[in-house]
Design a binder for this molecule. Structure first.
Ligand code: ZN
Length: 86
């Protein structure tokens, strides 16, 4: 477990903020790499092909939650560096 494991390697959400406590693998075990919103039964829930798609999706979610543009940038600026998008 490196320090990057603290964040979902798809959407960048802190794993301790994940209401599902991690995504699920095909065998039902918990993923420590991806959150429950991104990853279910060993596959991604979205069909995003690029980090830009994830960034705009997450920014939309944050906007719906009432976050301003600086927080939206702050929470999404690291997404292109996450494991899924390398
Ligand atoms: Zn995620």
């Amino acid at each position: 477990m490196g320090r990057f494991d603290q964040f979902c390697q798809s959407c960048g959400m802190p794993m301790d903020k994940d209401p599902g406590q991690g995504g699920t693998e095909k065998d039902g075990s918990k993923s420590t790499t991806y959150c429950s919103l991104c990853y279910v039964n060993g596959g991604f829930k979205d069909n995003f092909k690029s980090p830009e798609e994830m960034v705009s999706f997450v920014k939309g979610v944050l906007r719906d939650q009432g976050h301003g543009p600086i927080k939206r940038w702050f929470y999404t600026s690291h997404i292109p560096q996450l494991g899924r998008w390398k």
